[in-house]
Design a protein around this ligand. Structure first.
Ligand SMILES: [Zn+2]
Ligand SMILES: [Zn+2]
Length: 560
């Protein structure tokens, strides 16, 4: 760790994940303004909203600032393998090409993902484990184990000549996790005793009072439900929640049932976890072909699809379209999950299909079948007590979460809480901690095979087209401005006729013809002017009858 020089400062610069839940990516910088060294923490995605970004698969942070500084970025540290923290690696790593530090589980999941990813890069990965410490230029880093909803989650202690930062990543207080160790408050408190300049901390559940239940309590509850179930049981959960999968497997053993697994993501996560010994002491999982010969009261089917994803296993099972798995009257389906906002409708559809078939549906409204992996206020209080930071920077939350978290930090005795935002550079040290600069921080769309800037993506027009359709009019004029052929029109996504039964195609062609007829011949020689006039009249004619304005494009052909 290098000594502090005059003009050095320590800054925190999020490029995603502040003011939103998702797309986490942050830089820490050390040095004088003109010559900073950086480390990056996490590189995640966020999910597109089907109304705002129709057709877009996922959204990445726009790394143009990091790209301009890539020679000074010493490494990228992944705190854990949730998509909102590492999901952009395969697509964006080639733009940075910096060494990536991740745990064996995260690395295993990355490699499994890379197999299904066309043109996946050979990422330079260095594996680390909780408790390890390493140096990157002016940063001395220690990974500290935290409990969360995926194996091998870490907080980072980042020591510099200007003080220590604790970056919590996603965490909760879980004294009895099903897999892995509880959050290492001994290490956190040791840093607290030494003095911590800033705590950069998870805000997801900062609006919730109390302490969230342990994964072990969920396991106990799942065991009860599965033991009492009269017939088949299906459980759906997040594939990366290996602790939960282990809890289901243990519950199945207690009820003398075998576990059959379904879904690509589930297989992928279970393979990686098995290799790392995370299912030690349990009988193996069975493939879906075993389902057919297992007695009804001797099976638990564990599957993907808890968010209602139409191509996932559960959706196919619920609609009766699955090749090997069927559920019927008297069977039980447990949603060991939370419905992510935006997915309610899809999840509802599946639950209704199951209920119609007489299947007993159990969700987190009916029993303790799911818990969050993020800290509530009682847990945040414990973190502030252990770390005793001088400065609090709430992250991993929308504006409401950040505000509430900042206020709560002050109530825990923290002198200063700074609410930042994506692209806002916060000086952590020396005093005073405050926003000192702003850099570009935007988003990139993954759209089919392409990664594109929102402005170049066509998504704005796509959204408009999805709301009011598209009309293309084709005109032919000769060099003197004489109409050479009747206008033609193609209408996409437009109603076929208006209230009095007139075809919209006729409405469009009539409007085009009338406009042409009304234009003096001299003006008709200006093709741009003709196109513009027809466009306006077609839009007006359609809007008058429909009450909506479609996208209208006019092509004017010049013929001899
Ligand atoms: Zn997260
Ligand atoms: Zn997470």
């Amino acid at each position: 760790m290098r000594k502090r020089r005059e003009g050095d400062d320590l800054v925190f610069l999020p490029l995603g994940g502040v003011g939103e839940i998702g797309m986490n990516c942050a830089l820490y910088g050390f040095g004088p303004e003109a010559d900073r060294k950086w480390i990056m923490v996490d590189l995640g995605i966020t999910f597109a909203n089907e109304f705002d970004e129709p057709g877009v698969d996922v959204i990445f942070p726009d790394l143009r600032f990091a790209e301009s500084e890539k020679r000074n970025i010493l490494g990228l540290i992944i705190t854990h393998a949730h998509e909102d923290h590492f999901g952009a690696l395969l697509d964006l790593w080639p733009r940075l090409k910096v060494p990536v530090y991740m745990t064996p589980f995260a690395h295993g999941l990355l490699e499994a993902k890379a197999e299904g990813h066309a043109g996946a890069p050979e990422i330079a990965v260095r594996r680390y484990k909780a408790g390890e410490r390493w140096t990157l230029g002016p940063f001395d880093i220690e990974a500290i184990n935290v409990a969360h909803s995926i194996p091998e989650s870490n907080a980072l202690a980042i020591r510099t000549a200007l003080g220590t930062v604790i970056h919590t990543g996603d965490w909760k207080v879980d004294p009895t996790p099903v897999l892995g160790a509880p959050t290492d408050f001994d290490r956190l408190a040791a840093y607290g005793a030494e003095g911590v300049r800033a705590l950069i901390c998870d805000s997801t559940n900062a609006v919730r009072e109390g302490i969230s239940p342990s994964e072990r309590e969920v396991a106990t509850s799942l065991t009860e439900i599965i033991r009492k179930a009269p017939q088949r049981v299906a459980v759906t959960t997040f594939a990366s929640n290996v602790g939960r999968i282990r809890a289901v497997a243990e519950a199945a053993v207690a009820a003398d049932r075998s576990v059959v697994i379904l879904g690509r993501a589930m297989h992928r996560a279970i393979d990686v976890a098995t290799e790392l010994g995370m299912f030690e002491g349990l009988p193996g999982f069975l493939g879906e072909d075993a389902y057919g010969y297992l007695p009804r009261d001797r099976v638990v089917a564990l599957m993907t699809g808890s968010q209602g994803e139409p191509r996932a296993a559960l959706a196919k099972v619920a609609s009766g379209e699955h090749r090997n798995i069927a559920l019927s009257q008297g069977d039980t389906v447990i949603f060991s999950s939370r419905t992510i906002p935006g997915n309610e409708k899809a999840v509802n559809t599946i639950q209704n299909q199951l209920a119609t078939a007489g299947v007993h549906v159990i969700t987190d409204r009916d029993g303790l079948v799911h818990v969050s992996g993020h800290p509530r206020r009682g847990e945040l209080a414990r973190m502030y007590e252990a770390v005793k930071p001088e400065v609090s920077i709430p992250v991993h939350g929308e504006a409401v979460h950040l505000n509430v978290h900042a206020e709560f930090a002050r109530s825990c005795g923290v002198k200063r809480a700074v609410i930042g935002g994506n692209g806002k550079m916060i000086r952590l040290a020396p005093d005073p901690a405050e926003i000192v600069d702003e850099v570009f921080a935007g988003r990139l769309f993954k759209d089919g095979r392409l990664v594109v800037l929102p402005d170049d993506s066509g998504v704005r027009e796509r959204r408009k087209a999805s709301f009011a359709g598209v009309i293309v009019v084709s005109l032919a004029l000769d060099g003197k401005g004489t109409v050479a052929a009747e206008p033609e029109a193609v209408l996409v996504g437009i109603p076929s006729e208006d209230e009095v039964g007139k075809d919209f195609e006729d409405v469009v062609v009539d409007a085009a013809e009338q406009t042409m007829a009304g234009l003096p011949k001299a003006k008709r020689r200006d093709l741009d002017l003709v196109a513009d006039a027809v466009k306006r009249s077609v839009r007006a004619a359609v809007a008058e009858r429909w009450g909506k304005k479609p996208i209208v494009e006019v092509i004017v052909h010049e013929v001899d």
